[in-house]
Ligand binder design. Structure first.
Ligand code: NAD
Length: 490
């Protein structure tokens, strides 16, 4: 099949060979890659088998212990990571096109956000290999004729399993620190969006990474499960739904695998009475509608102090109506479709149930293009805390709003959730913002700014939003095992 629609500029699909080290593995089955803007299949993706998983994990295990990787000087590893970053930077237009084609997000967004963000992460972690030293220490309970020190050993073969909303960014959140730490990695992208992963692997080979250090495998959840439960995989770095994260946690028990689980969210946005609304309204809209709401820490529950409630609702609804919905190849598009027919059906059913229960939309809602899996951005008002749309992750451009009277009530409403990933706050009261930051049960709080994940800061969730942290210096605890060495000197 592998054909591109005429409205796309000519760009080649990446090499999709499944590799175990340098060995190309034969593939007999393929699945279709669907363009969410048209519903049309445009590429055939290798459907891996458990035999492929076994061969690739063995190759990753061999590469882990091969001197070409294991004994590589840290400075050389830094140069390799930077060389890879240079190639990605030169390849930005093609990578962005692959990402936009796969996910349906506007090409301009993939160019301005996805590829540059992945690069920021890679460049940040490229500087780390020379700084990942252990330490020497005096022993607390012994005389000083012992020399004691720690080493930081790579945890081993890593399975990186990612979702479809930011395929390249979320892959790089795992690849960059894992490779900086000296691990080897097998990346399993979501079946909806595998192309950028193959292109990243192609560029890594060009950069000079030894065979088997980084490979890509494609398939559905069964392949993710086979990879995550393989005994030679020592660590699973997963981003996806809470339900899948729970299965991975369960499967990790026999081997006591190391895990980071970045899961779902239902993040609150709190707008206080003294906030600058000229800023808070468009930012709160963006916190929810960006990437068509397919953002794990999207601000999807809006709490507004009562005196400003009507003004904020009208402002955000008006913002929602002005968003230009359109296909990824059209540079005037601001919001693309949802990822798949299945996801669109799930979101639509949830909204139909909310409306049947009498929850009202701040209307009117704009109409959507005829083809593609579009969902118009919308805001529901006066939503009870018990409503399904207030409790469950929708993963679409849907905001649920509720007024509050004082800060204690806002905090109680915001914390009344099974999730705890992020929170947004708009306030000009310094002590109020610190109070909110302290008392919100979430992994990240953004005050008077929006969706500001950064490689310098740990990112992850409390409660059902996850386990462990990605990013920041803290991420290396997930990819390095401390080892203590004690030498008796006499
Ligand atoms: P998903 O859990 O269905 O799939 C994620 C990945 O896991 C895919 O590659 C899938 O093939 C694989 N998978 C499925 N079953 C598996 C199993 N049993 N074992 C191993 N792997 C398996 O999630 P999705 O629908 O692709 O993505 C949407 C979800 O991701 C949302 O819940 C969203 O909140 C979450 N997400 C979280 C973050 C974060 O950083 N916390 C970021 C982005 C998305």
């Amino acid at each position: 099949m592998n054909s591109l629609k005429p409205h796309w500029p000519a760009f080649a699909l990446p090499d999709m060979t499944l590799l175990a080290g340098t060995t190309a593995l034969p593939v007999s089955d393929y699945f279709a890659d669907i363009d969410p803007c048209t519903g049309q299949a445009f590429a055939d993706i290798p459907a891996a088998t458990t035999e492929h998983v076994n061969r690739m994990v063995e190759a990753a295990h061999t590469a882990l212990h091969h001197p070409d990787w294991r004994a590589m000087a840290p400075l050389h590893r830094e140069k390799l990571l930077h060389r890879w970053a240079d190639l990605i930077e030169q390849d930005l237009p093609r990578l962005a096109a692959l990402e936009a084609r796969d996910t349906g997000k506007p090409l301009s967004l993939a160019e301005a956000v996805d590829v540059p963000t992945a690069l920021n992460w890679l460049r940040t972690y490229a500087g780390w290999p020379t700084k990942l030293a252990g330490k020497s220490t005096a022993l607390a309970g012994c005389p000083d004729h012992f020399h004691a020190y720690t080493r930081r050993e790579p945890v081993g073969v890593v399975a990186a399993i990612t979702p479809w909303n930011f395929p390249m960014v979320l892959a790089m959140w795992k690849l960059a620190p894992a490779l900086a730490a000296g691990c080897t990695v097998i990346l399993k992208p979501a079946p909806e969006s595998p192309l950028s992963a193959f292109r990243l692997a192609e560029l890594a080979r060009q950069a000079g990474f030894p065979p088997g250090v980084f490979a890509v495998i494609t398939g559905a959840g069964d392949i993710g499960a086979a990879l995550a439960s393989h005994p030679r995989v020592r660590k699973v770095a997963f981003t996806g739904s809470t339900a899948t994260g729970q299965k991975i946690l369960q499967a990790s028990i026999p081997d006591l695998k190391r895990l980071t689980l970045e899961l779902g969210g239902k993040s609150p946005s709190i707008i206080c009475a003294d906030a600058n609304l000229e800023r808070a309204i468009p930012e709160a809209a963006m916190a929810c509608f960006f990437n068509s709401g397919q953002v794990c820490y999207a601000g999807t529950r809006l709490y507004v102090q009562r005196s400003r409630y009507e003004q904020v609702l009208e402002g955000i609804a008006s913002h929602a109506r002005q968003q230009r919905l359109g296909p990824s190849w059209d540079r005037s598009s601001q919001l693309g479709p949802l990822i798949s027919a299945q996801h669109h059906a799930k979101v639509s059913a949830m909204l139909a149930r909310a409306e049947a229960a009498g929850i009202s939309v701040v209307g009117p809602v704009q109409t959507v293009p005829d083809t593609g899996y579009y969902c118009a951005p919308r805001i529901y008002r006066d939503v009870p805390a018990t409503a399904e749309i207030a409790r469950e992750e929708i993963f679409g451009p849907v905001l649920v709003a509720t007024p509050f009277d004082d800060i204690d009530e806002a905090i109680a409403l915001a914390n009344d959730s099974d999730f705890g990933l992020g929170a947004h706050v708009w306030s000009n009261n310094l002590s109020e913002t610190h109070e909110l930051a302290r008392r919100l049960d979430v992994g990240s709080v953004f005050v008077n700014c929006v969706l500001m994940a950064d490689p310098a800061l740990p990112f992850g969730g409390m409660k059902r939003s996850g386990l462990g942290r990605e990013n920041g210096a803290e991420v290396f605890a997930a990819y390095l095992e401390p080892k203590s060495v004690v030498i008796g000197l006499r």
